[in-house]
Design a protein around this ligand. Structure first.
Ligand SMILES: Cc1cc2nc3c(=O)[nH]c(=O)nc-3n(C[C@H](O)[C@H](O)[C@H](O)COP(=O)(O)OP(=O)(O)OC[C@H]3O[C@@H](n4cnc5c(N)ncnc54)[C@H](O)[C@@H]3O)c2cc1C
Length: 481
């Protein structure tokens, strides 16, 4: 094993005894629940995709493929358009915070799916346009550019669809990582919202010119039904429920305190918060009604296990939204969406927990350590900060070390430039996998929870896999969208 160039700081491990182990049955029951939600959510997406393909087959799709030539181009053009339309509607549905998908995939999973489904639906849309232009042009024996011109100007709904396609191209281009890095989050988010308009503008041409939508009653019912469900979900889950819940629970700021050199913790109180069913490891999107600009919601995880009618968040101050938290006054009303997130105790399979957090990522890990059951010494927390004094939740961590026997290691300093880049430069001589095995020799009994920037988690996940941790024992939440 490579030797470290710097010691790992270890916090004291003393204190009172506590619950023995997370009861095995409860871990198994929670896991079954989680798998059931995942199967239900995946099942809905796959089944509806099958319905779309079945409708195309019923409309003579296979025969047209066999006929070849222009028929082949036209029918594959229709199929790619149908699948693209289905996926585009799922794009909106996935972001509508529908409980089925939130519980089935978790926010992190949904964010990854949103990216994947977005690019697939986009390329299928482009294939749809190209195939139909060439198919119709071949049939009419005209230049494809002339055909494209005729589509746009002569077919019902096509001008709107062209504008919609333009907006979707804008959304896709600004979501390419390199382009996105150049934009402020607010600008990118605003542009991204045009995707909703793009989808909306594409709908009329499907109804007015799409034979597959009107060919059978089943097809018409399916498409109208899906659009209605998508529109209703956005209205209910993104607007109606958050407003109703916020009014019912009347959450208010109770106090604000500094948390490390660059952090702030906000304590809130409300009515009957237990009924929200929020679990440690989850997050909410918060809006503090403290003046102009309150409409912009910010996601923050629970930084402490929910206690009665109290909730706490802790934020690293990085920009306007987080700076504003420091100026919140006691009694400020809070509008919230949530709880969301999959990185909860229900992911556990083993009896031990290894928690590794970078920067603000430590907040949900501390909440999990407060809320979960484990034996003394069976939970290890590794925190990674640029500078030790910036560490969040240090008071709560100290209490976990003293009262629950949590082992706390700090890995602070600028990041390593090569090798295991999740480590600080001071530990560059370590192989990450060796360090993990060194800290948790009986790794097979552990679930590992990660939270931090995506590239940092990716580097860490590679080392965890190299150390022998199966991927279904690695649970993560990215603080990014
Ligand atoms: C699921 C999730 C949980 C999070 N939990 C925590 C937490 O517990 N503690 C914490 O300190 N941070 C957390 N974050 C990150 C936090 O939301 C951002 O740091 C915060 O919104 C930054 O806002 P700002 O105006 O201060 O900074 P800005 O300068 O506006 O933004 C800095 C960066 O933060 C991200 N960001 C900004 N606004 C949003 C937004 N509305 N939604 C998503 N990302 C945004 C963008 O990547 C942006 O580049 C979480 C993020 C996510 C996605």
């Amino acid at each position: 094993m490579a030797s470290p160039t710097a010691p790992i700081s270890v916090a004291r491990r003393r204190g009172a005894s506590d619950p023995a182990m997370a009861p095995a049955r409860s871990i198994a029951a929670r896991r079954t629940d989680r798998i059931a939600w995942n199967l239900a959510a995946s099942g809905v997406i796959w089944l509806t995709s099958l319905v779309v393909v079945a409708l195309w087959v019923k409309g003579g799709g296979i025969e047209a493929i066999a006929a070849g030539g222009a028929d082949f181009l036209n029918t594959t053009g229709r199929l790619t358009g149908l699948i693209s339309a289905n996926l585009l509607l799922y794009q909106v549905l996935l972001m509508a915070r529908v409980p089925l998908f939130e519980r089935g995939f978790g926010r992190d999973g949904i964010t990854r799916m949103h990216r994947l489904v977005g690019f697939w639906s986009f390329w299928l849309l482009i294939a749809h346009i190209v195939l139909l232009v060439f198919g119709y042009a071949a049939q009419a024996a005209i230049n494809p550019l002339v055909q494209l011109w005729q589509f746009v100007w002569d077919y019902s709904g096509m001008l709107l669809a062209t504008a919609g396609t333009g907006l979707l191209i804008l959304v896709v281009v600004t979501s390419i990582r390199r382009a996105r890095r150049k934009l402020r989050y607010e600008s990118w988010h605003l542009l991204h919202l045009y995707g909703y308009l793009g989808v909306g503008l594409a709908i009329p041409h499907m109804l007015w010119t799409g034979a597959d939508f009107t060919a059978s009653t089943v097809a018409t019912v399916y498409w109208w039904g899906l659009w209605a469900v998508v529109a209703a979900s956005v209205l209910i889950f993104r607007i109606g429920m958050p407003v109703a819940r916020s009014l019912r629970h009347d959450v208010r700021v109770a106090s604000v305190e500094r948390d490390g050199d660059r952090g702030v913790a906000v304590n809130m109180r409300g009515r009957n918060l237990r009924s929200l069913g929020a679990q440690p490891g989850q997050f909410f999107v918060w809006r503090f009604l403290d003046g102009a600009g309150w409409m912009r919601g910010h996601p923050f995880s629970l930084a402490a296990a929910p206690r009665g009618d109290a909730m706490t968040i802790s934020a690293r101050i990085v920009g306007d939204g987080t700076q504003r938290l420091t100026r919140l006054r006691r009694g400020t009303r809070v509008v919230f969406e949530g709880p969301y997130g999959h990185m909860t105790g229900s992911a556990r399979q083993g009896t031990k927990m290894l928690m590794i957090g970078a920067g603000a990522g430590v907040a949900p890990l501390v909440a999990l350590l407060e809320g979960e059951a484990y034996a003394r010494g069976a939970a290890t927390l590794i925190t990674r900060d640029h500078v030790d004094s910036e560490g969040l939740r240090r008071g709560a961590i100290g209490r976990l070390v003293a009262s629950r026997g949590v082992q706390h290691y700090t890995l602070d300093g600028p990041r390593a430039r090569s090798g295991s880049t999740w480590l600080p430069a001071t530990h560059a001589a370590w192989k990450g996998a060796d360090l993990i095995r060194h800290l948790t020799p009986d790794l097979a009994s552990y679930d590992v929870f990660l939270c931090g920037p995506i590239p940092w988690m990716d580097s860490l996940r590679d080392d965890l896999r190299a150390a022998g941790v199966p991927s279904d024992r690695i649970h993560r939440e990215a603080f990014a969208v």
